[in-house]
Design a binder for this molecule. Structure first.
Ligand code: ADP
Ligand code: MG
Length: 404
């Protein structure tokens, strides 16, 4: 069959862009408590007082970035009512910055046009800070709010989170009052902040908890009104998307992705309605995609270990002991002409696979004489691992083709 025409008809979506991650809704639903805490924390700014520093945390997909965008938009609008205010906002996503130094370079560059941007290496840290202080002082603003989104990527190197919130107190900046809004997806980041950073950054902490199924349902329903044509959503599709996502992550991002994928499947199959079956299939497809990414990044020995357990499982011999996995691993490594590593190394690999959620273990106890040991089994459905391994373009994928 040759190419088909591209046609514009779409019997499922009215506007699919509404379901994309890049879409910016005008309202944040189900977050009244967090929004009011957020606005309260920013009240000193509207009162022309020094801002509080704010630390927002919660896992990915729970509305932190959207809430920040909406709250600050409101603040910038409302400042017009007061003559003595001129508030500026800098919004920086720190995802690709791995140190305070990089964040400060990025901040300096926010003030500069393309021709005068500074490179990400070559200056002393103190020089970069000085440039930043100069730029802020040159601003004709009463307040500057600096949003550092996904700041957890700087890890332990958190100096900027001390310097910036303290810039006024430490007399680095005099004319503009600076407030920092740090946003983190990672709970351990918050726990590991150095004491001086905790003191300066966390005047106000706002926690965004995961959404429950009802909340996700509400979020999806509002979005679906604009995304889909009338009558294409079966009554159980949104509840199912919400239930799956609440169970797995509580992330609105994940729920929206699932609903979008389900719609996409219905469209591809020319089905008139999005039904339960589309949602289940979409979930599998997304899960496979994620696992595939993870698998690709696993070292060969780990892939072989996983494959060994997969074989044992298929033969009905799992849950099984570590020694059985190792035995099978030796055969499999031999078949793929891979060096055979020690039992100890494979033991470590099993531990890593367990942390990544591929494998689980149960403790068994054989009484006083037998001692205790673990039995291992796959933690992800066989066919998903099989199809992900097949696509991994490694030696293991060759084995799968031979065995199937
Ligand atoms: P985070 O920054 O916590 O990772 P985002 O604010 O980026 O999460 O939200 C993830 C996605 O979910 C975005 O597409 C956003 O529009 C949507 N979203 C999250 N929370 C809500 C909500 N309460 N109401 C409407 N949409 C939401
Ligand atoms: Mg975010």
């Amino acid at each position: 069959m040759g190419l088909k025409n591209f046609t514009r008809d779409d019997s499922i979506f009215a506007n699919e862009a509404v379901l994309r991650d890049s879409y910016r809704p005008e309202r944040l639903v189900e977050r009244d408590k967090e929004l009011s805490e957020y606005q309260e924390a920013l009240r000193p700014v509207i009162n022309a007082a020094p801002p509080k520093n704010i630390f927002l945390y919660g896992q990915t997909g729970v509305g932190k970035t959207l809430a920040t965008r909406l709250v600050l938009k409101q603040l910038l609008n409302d400042q017009c009512r007061y003559d003595d205010l001129s508030i500026e906002v800098i919004n920086l996503n720190c995802k690709s910055a791995s140190s305070s130094y990089q964040v400060s370079v990025d901040l300096v560059n926010q003030f500069r046009n393309t021709c005068s941007k500074i490179p990400s290496t070559g200056y002393a840290g103190s020089q970069v800070y000085q440039m930043l202080w100069n730029h802020v002082d040159d601003l004709d603003a009463t307040h500057l709010l600096v949003v550092l989104d996904e700041i957890d990527s700087i890890g332990n190197d958190d100096d900027i989170l001390y310097e910036l919130p303290r810039a006024n107190d430490n007399e680095k900046i005099s004319d503009t009052l600076v407030g920092v809004i740090g946003i983190s997806n990672d709970f351990t980041f918050r726990d590991n902040l150095s004491a001086r950073v905790k003191d300066s950054l966390c005047d106000e902490e706002i926690h965004f908890p995961p959404y429950n199924a009802n909340q996700l349902r509400n979020i999806l329903e509002r979005r679906a009104e604009h995304a889909f044509r009338d009558g294409v959503l079966s009554s159980d599709s949104i509840p199912l998307c919400s239930a799956f996502s609440a169970q797995e992550s509580g992330s609105a991002r994940q729920a929206l992705k699932l609903l979008y994928k389900a719609g996409d499947l219905a469209r591809t199959r020319n089905d008139p309605e999005i039904a339960e079956d589309h949602v289940r299939n979409a979930r599998d497809t997304i899960e496979k995609g994620k696992i595939q990414e993870e698998l690709k990044s696993l070292p060969t020995q780990s892939q072989l270990t996983l494959f060994s357990l997969l074989q044992l499982e298929a033969e009905g011999r799992a849950p099984c002991k570590r020694s059985e996995i190792y035995q099978r691993y030796q055969t499999v490594a031999d078949q793929t002409n891979t060096d055979i590593v020690s039992d100890r190394t494979i033991h470590n690999r099993i531990g890593q696979l367990r942390l990544k959620g591929f494998i689980q273990h149960d403790e068994r106890n054989d009484g006083i004489h037998g001692g205790s040991y673990y039995l291992y089994r796959l933690d992800i459905r066989e066919e998903i691992i099989r199809s992900a391994l097949k696509k991994s373009e490694s030696r293991v994928s060759d084995l799968l083709y031979i065995s199937s």
